[in-house]
Ligand binder design. Sequence first.
Ligand SMILES: C[S@@+](CC[C@H](N)C(=O)[O-])C[C@H]1O[C@@H](n2cnc3c(N)ncnc32)[C@H](O)[C@@H]1O
Length: 295
Amino acid sequence: MPQSWSVTGRQFLRRGAFLRPGNPFQSLKPVLWTQPLTPWQLQCIQELSSHRLQRMPVQYILGEWDFQGLSLKMAPPVFIPRPETEELVEWVLEEVAQRPRVIGTQGGPLILEVGCGSGAISLSLLSHLPQSQVIAVDKGEAAICLTRENAQRLRLQDRIRIIPLDVTLEGSWAHLLPWGPVDLVVSNPPYVFSQDIEQLAPEIRSYEDPAALDGGEEGMDIIAHILALAPRLLKDSGSVFLEVDPRHPELVGSWLRSRPDLSLDLVAVRKDFCGRPRFLHIRRSEAQHGCPADT
Ligand SMILES: C[S@@+](CC[C@H](N)C(=O)[O-])C[C@H]1O[C@@H](n2cnc3c(N)ncnc32)[C@H](O)[C@@H]1O
């Protein structure tokens, strides 16, 4: 996998003055339509094209990608944020707006994101919720570094704690609460069924971290860990929002029914823009006090 190259697509387009600052690709200056390319420009185009011919995702070639109006740095092998995840963020923001008394009574909600990747979810939530604070965890070192860099680029670093952490490790939950229990846990976890990994596009299989994708036999490995930890992490009637595979609403529902000790209810399922059930809202029952494993 090529990890470094002399120039990213975005740098090339800016340095070569192809784009007006801050404008999208459509802003290509008309005067350039007929101007021959310089040798340097030709070399850059050849280099960038060769990456694409090796099936490198365009987001890695450009070195930047937009998510919820934020421009985020992208670098392999950190997971590239997908458009449907913007819908997860929008759902969380809707819930926060509709239930301000329940979620984050004082200031904005305190949010934990499990598996932050490039920081897309955490940073877009912070940019929309100026009173909120976020704890973002990921087990991947490259993901932690990229979230840190993106938080600084967006000047959101003062409201985010970025913690390298594997949520499947025993006792990990204690590190997840630097500010005490949270109002919301949000995650786009690895949820691809192991047997489906082979069918993913070469762009995904060759360049993105397999740990960001493979959720085990039924795609439930990390989901189950997050849900098992949730009662220790959440305030009373706090919520978990998850992005999942269309088969997961059924699987997660029956998994939760098999774990009544967790006092978690699947309260809503939302479809993505293709009409597939992809997002779950799971709420901690208000009646619960203390954690099952503590008693
Ligand atoms: C599907 S990616 C989501 C990244 C980002 N939230 C997004 O939506 O673009 C899943 C992320 O979970 C992280 N991850 C996988 N297993 C984990 C674990 N056991 N503990 C913490 N993070 C984990 C991966 O490193 C990856 O960054």
